[in-house]
Design a protein around this ligand. Structure first.
Ligand code: NAG
Ligand code: NAG
Ligand code: NAG
Ligand code: NAG
Ligand code: ZN
Length: 487
Protein backbone atom coordinates (compact mmCIF):
# COMPACT_ATOMS: atom_id res chain seq x y z
CA UNK A 1 0.00 0.00 0.00
CA UNK A 2 1.53 3.41 -0.88
CA UNK A 3 1.29 6.44 1.39
CA UNK A 4 -1.57 8.21 -0.39
CA UNK A 5 -3.78 5.13 -0.23
CA UNK A 6 -3.03 4.84 3.48
CA UNK A 7 -3.90 8.49 4.10
CA UNK A 8 -7.14 8.01 2.21
CA UNK A 9 -8.07 5.06 4.43
CA UNK A 10 -7.43 7.04 7.64
CA UNK A 11 -9.53 9.90 6.35
CA UNK A 12 -12.45 7.59 5.61
CA UNK A 13 -12.29 6.06 9.07
CA UNK A 14 -12.26 9.40 10.84
CA UNK A 15 -15.13 10.69 8.76
CA UNK A 16 -17.35 7.75 9.47
CA UNK A 17 -16.56 8.05 13.16
CA UNK A 18 -17.64 11.66 13.26
CA UNK A 19 -20.72 10.91 11.25
CA UNK A 20 -21.72 8.23 13.78
CA UNK A 21 -21.28 10.51 16.77
CA UNK A 22 -23.29 13.30 15.23
CA UNK A 23 -26.33 11.27 14.32
CA UNK A 24 -26.50 8.85 17.23
CA UNK A 25 -29.53 9.66 19.43
CA UNK A 26 -28.55 11.24 22.72
CA UNK A 27 -28.51 8.39 25.30
CA UNK A 28 -29.60 10.79 28.04
CA UNK A 29 -32.58 11.91 25.99
CA UNK A 30 -33.38 8.25 25.26
CA UNK A 31 -33.31 7.42 28.94
CA UNK A 32 -35.58 10.35 29.80
CA UNK A 33 -38.11 9.23 27.22
CA UNK A 34 -38.04 5.67 28.53
CA UNK A 35 -38.59 6.94 32.05
CA UNK A 36 -41.47 9.12 30.94
CA UNK A 37 -43.11 6.19 29.20
CA UNK A 38 -42.64 3.87 32.18
CA UNK A 39 -44.17 6.48 34.48
CA UNK A 40 -47.30 6.60 32.31
CA UNK A 41 -48.26 2.96 32.93
CA UNK A 42 -50.67 1.66 35.59
CA UNK A 43 -48.82 2.15 38.88
CA UNK A 44 -45.99 3.93 37.07
CA UNK A 45 -45.86 6.80 39.54
CA UNK A 46 -46.36 4.64 42.63
CA UNK A 47 -43.65 5.34 45.21
CA UNK A 48 -42.37 2.02 46.57
CA UNK A 49 -40.69 1.51 49.93
CA UNK A 50 -37.31 -0.20 50.10
CA UNK A 51 -38.92 -3.52 50.96
CA UNK A 52 -41.48 -3.12 48.20
CA UNK A 53 -38.67 -2.44 45.75
CA UNK A 54 -36.96 -5.64 46.89
CA UNK A 55 -40.09 -7.67 46.28
CA UNK A 56 -40.65 -5.91 42.97
CA UNK A 57 -37.17 -6.92 41.78
CA UNK A 58 -37.84 -10.50 42.79
CA UNK A 59 -41.12 -10.44 40.89
CA UNK A 60 -39.40 -9.09 37.79
CA UNK A 61 -36.72 -11.77 38.04
CA UNK A 62 -39.42 -14.44 38.26
CA UNK A 63 -41.25 -12.87 35.35
CA UNK A 64 -38.18 -12.82 33.09
CA UNK A 65 -37.69 -16.52 33.78
CA UNK A 66 -41.33 -17.20 32.97
CA UNK A 67 -41.12 -15.29 29.68
CA UNK A 68 -38.18 -17.47 28.55
CA UNK A 69 -40.31 -20.62 28.68
CA UNK A 70 -41.11 -22.30 25.38
CA UNK A 71 -44.61 -23.03 26.71
CA UNK A 72 -45.29 -19.48 27.94
CA UNK A 73 -48.78 -19.79 29.51
CA UNK A 74 -50.29 -16.41 28.43
CA UNK A 75 -49.58 -17.32 24.80
CA UNK A 76 -51.66 -20.51 25.16
CA UNK A 77 -55.36 -21.20 25.61
CA UNK A 78 -56.21 -21.07 29.31
CA UNK A 79 -57.63 -24.63 29.29
CA UNK A 80 -54.12 -25.83 28.38
CA UNK A 81 -52.24 -23.24 30.38
CA UNK A 82 -54.08 -23.69 33.68
CA UNK A 83 -51.95 -26.49 35.09
CA UNK A 84 -48.74 -24.74 34.02
CA UNK A 85 -49.90 -21.54 35.73
CA UNK A 86 -50.82 -23.47 38.87
CA UNK A 87 -47.20 -24.66 39.18
CA UNK A 88 -45.64 -21.30 38.40
CA UNK A 89 -43.84 -19.61 41.35
CA UNK A 90 -45.09 -16.20 40.27
CA UNK A 91 -48.68 -17.50 40.48
CA UNK A 92 -48.17 -18.63 44.10
CA UNK A 93 -47.01 -15.13 44.92
CA UNK A 94 -49.94 -13.54 43.05
CA UNK A 95 -52.35 -15.66 45.10
CA UNK A 96 -50.99 -14.03 48.24
CA UNK A 97 -51.30 -10.45 46.92
CA UNK A 98 -54.18 -8.59 48.60
CA UNK A 99 -56.09 -7.90 45.41
CA UNK A 100 -58.84 -5.67 46.77
CA UNK A 101 -62.21 -6.15 45.07
CA UNK A 102 -63.75 -8.43 42.45
CA UNK A 103 -65.96 -6.07 40.46
CA UNK A 104 -67.06 -8.30 37.58
CA UNK A 105 -68.37 -11.71 38.59
CA UNK A 106 -71.67 -13.46 37.83
CA UNK A 107 -73.96 -15.15 40.34
CA UNK A 108 -73.99 -18.74 39.03
CA UNK A 109 -70.36 -19.08 38.08
CA UNK A 110 -68.62 -17.73 41.16
CA UNK A 111 -68.16 -21.06 42.96
CA UNK A 112 -66.25 -24.12 41.75
CA UNK A 113 -68.46 -26.85 40.28
CA UNK A 114 -66.46 -29.45 42.14
CA UNK A 115 -67.89 -28.04 45.35
CA UNK A 116 -71.33 -27.94 43.76
CA UNK A 117 -71.35 -31.56 42.60
CA UNK A 118 -69.71 -33.00 45.70
CA UNK A 119 -72.02 -31.08 48.03
CA UNK A 120 -75.28 -31.41 46.16
CA UNK A 121 -75.34 -35.20 46.40
CA UNK A 122 -76.93 -34.89 49.82
CA UNK A 123 -79.99 -33.17 48.42
CA UNK A 124 -83.02 -34.30 46.53
CA UNK A 125 -84.25 -31.60 44.23
CA UNK A 126 -87.90 -32.55 44.19
CA UNK A 127 -90.17 -34.54 46.47
CA UNK A 128 -91.75 -36.13 43.39
CA UNK A 129 -90.43 -36.99 39.97
CA UNK A 130 -90.99 -33.75 38.01
CA UNK A 131 -92.83 -33.62 34.69
CA UNK A 132 -90.57 -34.68 31.83
CA UNK A 133 -89.14 -31.79 29.77
CA UNK A 134 -89.66 -31.81 26.01
CA UNK A 135 -86.65 -33.16 24.09
CA UNK A 136 -85.05 -34.52 27.26
CA UNK A 137 -84.61 -38.01 28.64
CA UNK A 138 -86.81 -38.86 31.66
CA UNK A 139 -85.73 -37.64 35.12
CA UNK A 140 -83.59 -40.08 37.11
CA UNK A 141 -82.79 -39.89 40.79
CA UNK A 142 -79.11 -39.15 41.19
CA UNK A 143 -79.05 -41.73 43.96
CA UNK A 144 -80.33 -44.44 41.61
CA UNK A 145 -77.91 -43.36 38.90
CA UNK A 146 -75.01 -43.64 41.31
CA UNK A 147 -76.10 -47.11 42.45
CA UNK A 148 -76.22 -48.26 38.83
CA UNK A 149 -72.88 -46.74 37.95
CA UNK A 150 -69.68 -48.78 38.15
CA UNK A 151 -67.37 -45.79 38.26
CA UNK A 152 -68.85 -42.99 40.39
CA UNK A 153 -65.83 -40.73 39.85
CA UNK A 154 -66.41 -40.91 36.12
CA UNK A 155 -70.10 -40.09 36.65
CA UNK A 156 -69.24 -37.06 38.80
CA UNK A 157 -66.76 -35.97 36.15
CA UNK A 158 -69.36 -36.19 33.42
CA UNK A 159 -71.82 -34.17 35.53
CA UNK A 160 -69.16 -31.56 36.22
CA UNK A 161 -68.43 -31.37 32.50
CA UNK A 162 -72.06 -30.45 31.95
CA UNK A 163 -71.70 -27.58 34.39
CA UNK A 164 -68.65 -25.86 32.91
CA UNK A 165 -67.20 -25.28 29.46
CA UNK A 166 -63.73 -26.43 30.51
CA UNK A 167 -62.46 -29.28 28.34
CA UNK A 168 -59.36 -31.46 28.16
CA UNK A 169 -59.83 -31.68 24.38
CA UNK A 170 -58.27 -29.20 22.00
CA UNK A 171 -60.36 -26.08 22.79
CA UNK A 172 -60.34 -24.97 19.15
CA UNK A 173 -61.77 -28.32 18.07
CA UNK A 174 -64.33 -28.47 20.89
CA UNK A 175 -65.38 -24.86 20.23
CA UNK A 176 -64.65 -24.06 16.58
CA UNK A 177 -66.60 -20.77 16.61
CA UNK A 178 -67.95 -18.09 18.92
CA UNK A 179 -71.47 -19.40 18.19
CA UNK A 180 -70.68 -22.95 19.30
CA UNK A 181 -68.91 -21.64 22.38
CA UNK A 182 -71.74 -19.34 23.46
CA UNK A 183 -74.39 -22.04 22.94
CA UNK A 184 -72.53 -24.43 25.21
CA UNK A 185 -71.90 -21.59 27.65
CA UNK A 186 -75.59 -20.73 28.01
CA UNK A 187 -76.44 -24.45 28.25
CA UNK A 188 -74.02 -24.88 31.12
CA UNK A 189 -75.55 -21.83 32.81
CA UNK A 190 -79.01 -23.37 32.61
CA UNK A 191 -77.67 -26.65 34.00
CA UNK A 192 -76.02 -24.89 36.95
CA UNK A 193 -79.06 -22.74 37.69
CA UNK A 194 -81.23 -25.84 38.23
CA UNK A 195 -78.88 -26.85 41.02
CA UNK A 196 -78.15 -23.47 42.51
CA UNK A 197 -81.70 -22.13 42.69
CA UNK A 198 -82.67 -24.80 45.19
CA UNK A 199 -82.91 -22.76 48.42
CA UNK A 200 -80.48 -24.66 50.71
CA UNK A 201 -77.92 -24.98 47.90
CA UNK A 202 -78.37 -21.32 47.00
CA UNK A 203 -77.23 -20.12 50.43
CA UNK A 204 -74.31 -22.52 50.67
CA UNK A 205 -73.21 -21.87 47.10
CA UNK A 206 -72.98 -18.13 47.75
CA UNK A 207 -71.20 -18.61 51.09
CA UNK A 208 -68.73 -20.98 49.43
CA UNK A 209 -68.21 -18.47 46.59
CA UNK A 210 -67.25 -15.78 49.13
CA UNK A 211 -64.97 -18.34 50.78
CA UNK A 212 -63.14 -18.95 47.50
CA UNK A 213 -62.65 -15.22 46.94
CA UNK A 214 -61.49 -14.74 50.52
CA UNK A 215 -59.00 -17.61 50.18
CA UNK A 216 -57.66 -15.82 47.09
CA UNK A 217 -57.13 -12.62 49.13
CA UNK A 218 -60.06 -10.71 47.69
CA UNK A 219 -61.87 -8.59 50.29
CA UNK A 220 -64.92 -7.16 48.55
CA UNK A 221 -67.34 -8.23 45.81
CA UNK A 222 -69.80 -6.59 43.43
CA UNK A 223 -71.86 -9.50 42.15
CA UNK A 224 -73.92 -9.36 38.98
CA UNK A 225 -77.05 -11.32 39.87
CA UNK A 226 -80.19 -12.21 37.93
CA UNK A 227 -82.12 -12.57 41.22
CA UNK A 228 -83.80 -15.69 39.87
CA UNK A 229 -86.69 -17.41 41.61
CA UNK A 230 -85.41 -19.85 44.21
CA UNK A 231 -87.37 -23.05 44.88
CA UNK A 232 -88.04 -25.40 47.80
CA UNK A 233 -88.59 -29.16 47.78
CA UNK A 234 -92.38 -28.91 47.69
CA UNK A 235 -92.21 -26.82 44.53
CA UNK A 236 -92.96 -23.50 46.25
CA UNK A 237 -90.81 -20.57 45.16
CA UNK A 238 -89.32 -17.40 46.63
CA UNK A 239 -89.35 -14.04 44.86
CA UNK A 240 -86.42 -11.72 44.17
CA UNK A 241 -86.86 -9.85 47.45
CA UNK A 242 -86.18 -13.14 49.26
CA UNK A 243 -83.17 -13.72 47.02
CA UNK A 244 -81.78 -10.25 47.76
CA UNK A 245 -82.36 -10.63 51.49
CA UNK A 246 -80.59 -13.98 51.37
CA UNK A 247 -77.56 -12.37 49.71
CA UNK A 248 -77.65 -9.77 52.46
CA UNK A 249 -77.91 -12.30 55.30
CA UNK A 250 -75.24 -14.62 53.96
CA UNK A 251 -72.89 -11.67 53.35
CA UNK A 252 -73.43 -10.52 56.95
CA UNK A 253 -72.80 -14.03 58.20
CA UNK A 254 -69.64 -14.32 56.14
CA UNK A 255 -68.22 -10.98 57.28
CA UNK A 256 -69.04 -11.89 60.90
CA UNK A 257 -67.10 -15.14 60.42
CA UNK A 258 -64.28 -13.36 58.55
CA UNK A 259 -63.71 -9.84 59.89
CA UNK A 260 -61.06 -9.19 57.22
CA UNK A 261 -63.70 -9.45 54.51
CA UNK A 262 -65.27 -6.07 53.73
CA UNK A 263 -68.58 -7.16 52.19
CA UNK A 264 -70.52 -7.46 48.96
CA UNK A 265 -73.07 -5.60 46.86
CA UNK A 266 -75.36 -6.75 44.07
CA UNK A 267 -75.73 -5.44 40.52
CA UNK A 268 -79.15 -6.56 39.32
CA UNK A 269 -79.00 -8.00 35.79
CA UNK A 270 -81.43 -9.04 33.07
CA UNK A 271 -80.76 -10.98 29.88
CA UNK A 272 -80.53 -8.64 26.87
CA UNK A 273 -82.82 -11.01 24.94
CA UNK A 274 -85.98 -9.54 26.53
CA UNK A 275 -88.31 -7.19 24.63
CA UNK A 276 -88.98 -3.51 25.40
CA UNK A 277 -92.11 -4.23 27.42
CA UNK A 278 -90.27 -6.55 29.74
CA UNK A 279 -87.27 -4.20 29.89
CA UNK A 280 -89.50 -1.32 31.02
CA UNK A 281 -90.91 -3.47 33.84
CA UNK A 282 -87.46 -4.68 34.85
CA UNK A 283 -86.00 -1.15 34.95
CA UNK A 284 -88.90 -0.04 37.18
CA UNK A 285 -88.26 -3.06 39.40
CA UNK A 286 -84.57 -2.18 39.54
CA UNK A 287 -85.35 1.40 40.63
CA UNK A 288 -87.59 0.04 43.34
CA UNK A 289 -84.94 -2.40 44.56
CA UNK A 290 -82.30 0.34 44.59
CA UNK A 291 -84.63 2.47 46.72
CA UNK A 292 -85.53 -0.35 49.13
CA UNK A 293 -82.00 -1.73 49.49
CA UNK A 294 -79.76 1.32 48.86
CA UNK A 295 -76.69 -0.23 50.52
CA UNK A 296 -77.04 -3.67 49.01
CA UNK A 297 -78.08 -2.89 45.43
CA UNK A 298 -75.34 -1.10 43.49
CA UNK A 299 -77.23 -0.77 40.21
CA UNK A 300 -78.28 -2.43 36.99
CA UNK A 301 -76.81 -4.21 33.93
CA UNK A 302 -77.76 -6.37 30.93
CA UNK A 303 -76.15 -9.77 30.38
CA UNK A 304 -75.87 -12.33 27.58
CA UNK A 305 -73.78 -12.25 24.43
CA UNK A 306 -73.74 -8.79 22.87
CA UNK A 307 -73.26 -9.74 19.21
CA UNK A 308 -76.63 -11.39 18.44
CA UNK A 309 -78.43 -9.41 21.14
CA UNK A 310 -80.20 -6.08 21.11
CA UNK A 311 -77.90 -3.08 21.40
CA UNK A 312 -78.28 -0.68 24.32
CA UNK A 313 -79.66 1.95 21.96
CA UNK A 314 -82.63 -0.34 21.22
CA UNK A 315 -83.63 0.11 24.88
CA UNK A 316 -82.96 3.87 25.00
CA UNK A 317 -86.48 4.72 26.20
CA UNK A 318 -86.49 2.13 28.97
CA UNK A 319 -82.96 2.99 30.10
CA UNK A 320 -83.93 6.67 30.30
CA UNK A 321 -86.74 5.97 32.78
CA UNK A 322 -84.60 6.55 35.90
CA UNK A 323 -83.30 9.97 34.80
CA UNK A 324 -86.77 10.92 33.44
CA UNK A 325 -88.24 10.19 36.87
CA UNK A 326 -85.35 11.75 38.71
CA UNK A 327 -84.57 8.43 40.40
CA UNK A 328 -81.13 7.06 41.00
CA UNK A 329 -80.20 3.83 39.21
CA UNK A 330 -76.49 3.53 38.47
CA UNK A 331 -75.64 1.44 35.39
CA UNK A 332 -72.75 -1.02 35.08
CA UNK A 333 -73.09 -1.96 31.43
CA UNK A 334 -71.30 -4.79 29.68
CA UNK A 335 -70.12 -3.09 26.49
CA UNK A 336 -67.64 -3.66 23.70
CA UNK A 337 -67.33 -7.41 24.35
CA UNK A 338 -67.08 -7.86 20.61
CA UNK A 339 -64.74 -7.74 17.64
CA UNK A 340 -67.47 -6.93 15.13
CA UNK A 341 -66.13 -3.43 14.46
CA UNK A 342 -68.68 -1.02 13.08
CA UNK A 343 -71.75 -3.13 13.87
CA UNK A 344 -74.70 -1.72 15.80
CA UNK A 345 -73.61 -3.62 18.88
CA UNK A 346 -70.18 -2.02 18.54
CA UNK A 347 -71.88 1.27 19.47
CA UNK A 348 -72.61 -0.08 22.95
CA UNK A 349 -69.42 1.44 24.34
CA UNK A 350 -70.33 4.98 23.39
CA UNK A 351 -73.98 4.45 24.37
CA UNK A 352 -73.01 3.04 27.77
CA UNK A 353 -71.00 6.21 28.38
CA UNK A 354 -73.86 8.43 27.17
CA UNK A 355 -76.09 6.69 29.72
CA UNK A 356 -73.52 7.63 32.38
CA UNK A 357 -72.48 4.06 33.14
CA UNK A 358 -70.45 3.82 36.36
CA UNK A 359 -68.07 1.22 34.89
CA UNK A 360 -67.79 -0.73 31.63
CA UNK A 361 -67.92 -4.53 31.66
CA UNK A 362 -65.02 -5.69 29.39
CA UNK A 363 -64.66 -2.78 26.96
CA UNK A 364 -62.64 -5.12 24.76
CA UNK A 365 -63.32 -2.97 21.67
CA UNK A 366 -62.37 0.35 23.31
CA UNK A 367 -59.15 0.89 21.32
CA UNK A 368 -61.24 1.12 18.16
CA UNK A 369 -63.27 4.00 19.56
CA UNK A 370 -61.07 7.02 20.33
CA UNK A 371 -64.01 9.19 21.37
CA UNK A 372 -65.40 6.60 23.80
CA UNK A 373 -61.88 5.98 25.07
CA UNK A 374 -61.33 9.67 25.78
CA UNK A 375 -64.71 9.96 27.55
CA UNK A 376 -63.98 6.92 29.68
CA UNK A 377 -60.60 8.35 30.70
CA UNK A 378 -61.86 11.88 31.29
CA UNK A 379 -64.83 10.75 33.38
CA UNK A 380 -62.97 8.03 35.25
CA UNK A 381 -65.26 5.27 33.96
CA UNK A 382 -63.20 2.16 34.60
CA UNK A 383 -63.09 -0.93 32.41
CA UNK A 384 -63.53 -4.29 34.08
CA UNK A 385 -61.00 -6.32 32.10
CA UNK A 386 -61.52 -10.10 32.22
CA UNK A 387 -58.60 -11.61 30.26
CA UNK A 388 -59.43 -15.33 30.51
CA UNK A 389 -63.07 -14.72 29.62
CA UNK A 390 -62.05 -12.78 26.49
CA UNK A 391 -59.73 -15.57 25.42
CA UNK A 392 -62.23 -18.38 26.09
CA UNK A 393 -64.96 -16.54 24.17
CA UNK A 394 -62.54 -16.28 21.25
CA UNK A 395 -61.96 -12.54 21.10
CA UNK A 396 -58.17 -12.98 21.38
CA UNK A 397 -55.87 -16.03 21.24
CA UNK A 398 -52.53 -14.93 22.62
CA UNK A 399 -53.08 -12.86 25.76
CA UNK A 400 -49.94 -10.84 25.10
CA UNK A 401 -52.06 -9.24 22.37
CA UNK A 402 -54.99 -8.31 24.62
CA UNK A 403 -56.01 -4.61 24.31
CA UNK A 404 -55.32 -4.35 28.04
CA UNK A 405 -51.63 -4.12 27.05
CA UNK A 406 -52.22 -0.68 25.51
CA UNK A 407 -54.62 0.46 28.23
CA UNK A 408 -52.24 -0.54 31.02
CA UNK A 409 -49.32 1.14 29.26
CA UNK A 410 -51.17 4.45 29.58
CA UNK A 411 -52.87 3.93 32.96
CA UNK A 412 -56.38 3.95 31.56
CA UNK A 413 -58.93 3.54 34.41
CA UNK A 414 -59.29 -0.24 34.73
CA UNK A 415 -59.61 -3.20 37.07
CA UNK A 416 -58.98 -6.91 36.53
CA UNK A 417 -61.73 -9.43 37.14
CA UNK A 418 -62.73 -13.00 36.33
CA UNK A 419 -66.31 -12.86 34.92
CA UNK A 420 -67.29 -16.56 35.17
CA UNK A 421 -64.39 -18.36 36.85
CA UNK A 422 -66.24 -21.61 37.57
CA UNK A 423 -67.33 -21.92 33.93
CA UNK A 424 -63.72 -21.53 32.76
CA UNK A 425 -62.25 -23.94 35.31
CA UNK A 426 -60.60 -21.02 37.09
CA UNK A 427 -61.29 -19.50 40.51
CA UNK A 428 -60.83 -16.24 42.40
CA UNK A 429 -58.91 -13.45 40.68
CA UNK A 430 -55.34 -14.81 40.68
CA UNK A 431 -55.47 -16.55 37.31
CA UNK A 432 -56.68 -13.36 35.65
CA UNK A 433 -54.10 -11.31 37.55
CA UNK A 434 -51.47 -13.73 36.24
CA UNK A 435 -52.60 -13.25 32.61
CA UNK A 436 -52.71 -9.47 33.04
CA UNK A 437 -49.46 -9.10 34.96
CA UNK A 438 -47.30 -11.71 33.24
CA UNK A 439 -49.08 -11.71 29.87
CA UNK A 440 -50.09 -8.26 28.65
CA UNK A 441 -48.37 -6.36 31.48
CA UNK A 442 -45.07 -7.33 29.89
CA UNK A 443 -41.73 -7.09 31.61
CA UNK A 444 -42.25 -3.52 32.69
CA UNK A 445 -45.28 -3.89 34.95
CA UNK A 446 -44.08 -4.32 38.52
CA UNK A 447 -45.23 -4.41 42.12
CA UNK A 448 -46.44 -0.82 41.74
CA UNK A 449 -48.78 -2.09 39.00
CA UNK A 450 -50.26 -4.74 41.29
CA UNK A 451 -50.67 -2.17 44.02
CA UNK A 452 -52.40 0.25 41.64
CA UNK A 453 -54.74 -2.48 40.36
CA UNK A 454 -55.81 -3.31 43.92
CA UNK A 455 -56.35 0.35 44.81
CA UNK A 456 -58.27 0.86 41.54
CA UNK A 457 -60.62 -1.98 42.46
CA UNK A 458 -61.66 -0.12 45.60
CA UNK A 459 -61.67 3.40 44.14
CA UNK A 460 -63.76 2.32 41.12
CA UNK A 461 -66.19 0.32 43.25
CA UNK A 462 -69.72 1.57 43.89
CA UNK A 463 -68.92 2.21 47.57
CA UNK A 464 -69.27 5.75 48.92
CA UNK A 465 -66.02 7.70 49.35
CA UNK A 466 -66.22 7.14 53.09
CA UNK A 467 -66.68 3.39 52.71
CA UNK A 468 -63.85 3.33 50.17
CA UNK A 469 -61.52 5.01 52.67
CA UNK A 470 -62.43 2.39 55.24
CA UNK A 471 -61.91 -0.45 52.79
CA UNK A 472 -58.60 1.05 51.64
CA UNK A 473 -57.34 1.29 55.22
CA UNK A 474 -58.22 -2.37 55.71
CA UNK A 475 -56.51 -3.27 52.43
CA UNK A 476 -53.38 -1.29 53.37
CA UNK A 477 -52.99 -3.32 56.57
CA UNK A 478 -53.16 -6.56 54.64
CA UNK A 479 -50.77 -5.19 52.04
CA UNK A 480 -48.19 -4.22 54.67
CA UNK A 481 -48.44 -7.70 56.15
CA UNK A 482 -48.03 -9.23 52.70
CA UNK A 483 -44.86 -7.19 52.09
CA UNK A 484 -43.34 -8.15 55.44
CA UNK A 485 -44.15 -11.83 54.95
CA UNK A 486 -42.64 -11.95 51.48
CA UNK A 487 -39.37 -10.07 51.79
C1 NAG B 1 -62.95 -44.09 37.05
O1 NAG B 1 -62.99 -42.88 36.30
C2 NAG B 1 -61.91 -42.02 36.54
C3 NAG B 1 -62.19 -40.70 35.82
O2 NAG B 1 -62.68 -40.89 34.54
C4 NAG B 1 -60.63 -42.71 36.07
O3 NAG B 1 -59.53 -41.86 36.32
C5 NAG B 1 -60.47 -44.02 36.85
O4 NAG B 1 -59.35 -44.72 36.36
C6 NAG B 1 -61.70 -44.88 36.70
N1 NAG B 1 -61.60 -46.04 37.61
C7 NAG B 1 -61.86 -47.28 37.21
C8 NAG B 1 -61.75 -48.34 38.27
O5 NAG B 1 -62.15 -47.55 36.05
C1 NAG C 1 -73.29 -34.46 30.25
O1 NAG C 1 -73.68 -35.60 30.99
C2 NAG C 1 -74.11 -36.68 30.20
C3 NAG C 1 -74.68 -37.74 31.12
O2 NAG C 1 -73.80 -38.06 32.17
C4 NAG C 1 -72.92 -37.19 29.37
O3 NAG C 1 -73.31 -38.27 28.57
C5 NAG C 1 -72.44 -36.02 28.50
O4 NAG C 1 -71.27 -36.42 27.83
C6 NAG C 1 -72.13 -34.79 29.34
N1 NAG C 1 -71.89 -33.64 28.47
C7 NAG C 1 -70.71 -33.02 28.43
C8 NAG C 1 -70.61 -31.85 27.52
O5 NAG C 1 -69.76 -33.37 29.07
C1 NAG D 1 -92.55 -9.48 25.40
O1 NAG D 1 -92.10 -10.67 26.04
C2 NAG D 1 -93.05 -11.21 26.96
C3 NAG D 1 -92.36 -12.36 27.70
O2 NAG D 1 -91.69 -13.21 26.84
C4 NAG D 1 -94.29 -11.63 26.20
O3 NAG D 1 -95.26 -12.15 27.10
C5 NAG D 1 -94.87 -10.43 25.48
O4 NAG D 1 -95.96 -10.81 24.68
C6 NAG D 1 -93.82 -9.76 24.61
N1 NAG D 1 -94.34 -8.49 24.13
C7 NAG D 1 -94.23 -8.11 22.88
C8 NAG D 1 -94.82 -6.79 22.53
O5 NAG D 1 -93.65 -8.81 22.04
C1 NAG E 1 -75.75 11.88 32.22
O1 NAG E 1 -75.09 12.87 32.99
C2 NAG E 1 -75.22 14.16 32.44
C3 NAG E 1 -74.33 15.10 33.22
O2 NAG E 1 -74.50 14.94 34.60
C4 NAG E 1 -76.69 14.57 32.47
O3 NAG E 1 -76.86 15.84 31.93
C5 NAG E 1 -77.50 13.54 31.68
O4 NAG E 1 -78.89 13.81 31.80
C6 NAG E 1 -77.24 12.15 32.15
N1 NAG E 1 -77.87 11.21 31.24
C7 NAG E 1 -78.58 10.18 31.64
C8 NAG E 1 -79.19 9.33 30.57
O5 NAG E 1 -78.72 9.89 32.80
ZN1 ZN F 1 -69.81 -10.62 32.40
Amino acid sequence: MDMSAKRHLVLVLVLSCLWGALSMPDPKHREDLMKTEASMQTGGRMVLSEKEQQLSSRLLQMKSEEVMRVDFPPSMHFFRARDLIKESPIFSLLQKVPKGAALHLHDFSMTSVEWLVKNSIRFFFSSQIPKPLPQCSPWVLLEKLRALTVNVTALDDSIMKNLTIFTDLDPDVAYPSQDVLWNRFEEAFRAVSGLVTYAPVFRDYYYQGLQELYADNVMYLELRAMLSEVYELDGSTHDMIWTLKTYQEVTRQFTADHPEFFGARVIYTIHRGVNSTVMAQVVQKAMQLKKTFPDLVAGFDLVGREDPGRPLWYFRNELSLPSDKGLQLPFFFHAGETNLEGSEVDQNLLDALLFNTTRIGHGFALLRHPVAKELSRKNGVALEICPISNQVTKLVDDLRNHPGAVLMAEDHPLVISSDDPAMFGSSGLSYDFYEAFVGFGGLRSNLGTLKALAINSIRYSSLSTQQQDKALAMWQKRWNKFIIENT
